[in-house]
Design a protein around this ligand. Sequence first.
Ligand code: GRF
Length: 216
Amino acid sequence: MTRKRVGVLISGRGSNLQALINACKKRDYPAEIVLVISNVPQAPGLLRAEAALIPTLTINHKDFPTREAFDAALDAALNGTQVELLCNAGFLRLHTPGFVERWRDRHLNIHPSLLPAFRGLHTHERVMAAGCKISGCTVHFVRPEMDEGPIVAQAAVPVLAGDTAETLAARVLEAEHHLYPHALALVASGAVFVKGERVCDSNKQAQIPLFSPPLA
Ligand code: GRF
């Protein structure tokens, strides 16, 4: 089995990166992480990559005069390592349209809501304020607009009485750690593809499983 060469972009703690690292340790997983790039120096996630002996790079956006120049540096590093698929995992920079176009349908992001609801920041606070009874997370292909693009997979979790934004965030994060490796495997194995801005199954029968941790 040839594994897809994956690059991961992070800005912070890297718990989703860790979930992907763990998945890639499995012999039959269709992807391997060949490079982790952080735009934030000393992001804790870099230590997770180093512990797994994965090459890391810091490309600090503050060192570049424009967003285009920063994205060009990302591109050069990714291409220099023959990255085939790119995963944003808590990467807190918006990409330029040119970068998004170059990585079109090869570039995933995870967002802690059931998109298209609750794009953007402070997701869990807004979910709570809206009185939602269910929340979750989404892995989608990246498009120029933030948190927009064809949906690969989603996981749902309950919003429980007594939840705070923090307890809900922790429950969603646990689901994220299941969902991202699952979604990357679907893409890396070629089981899904984008058609007309929707994600389709190549075998036209498999439903993408929904991960719903049991009600507490
Ligand atoms: C996750 O909640 C992810 O959905 C969002 O940013 C957070 C990153 O967390 N895009 P981590 O760095 O993976 O722990």
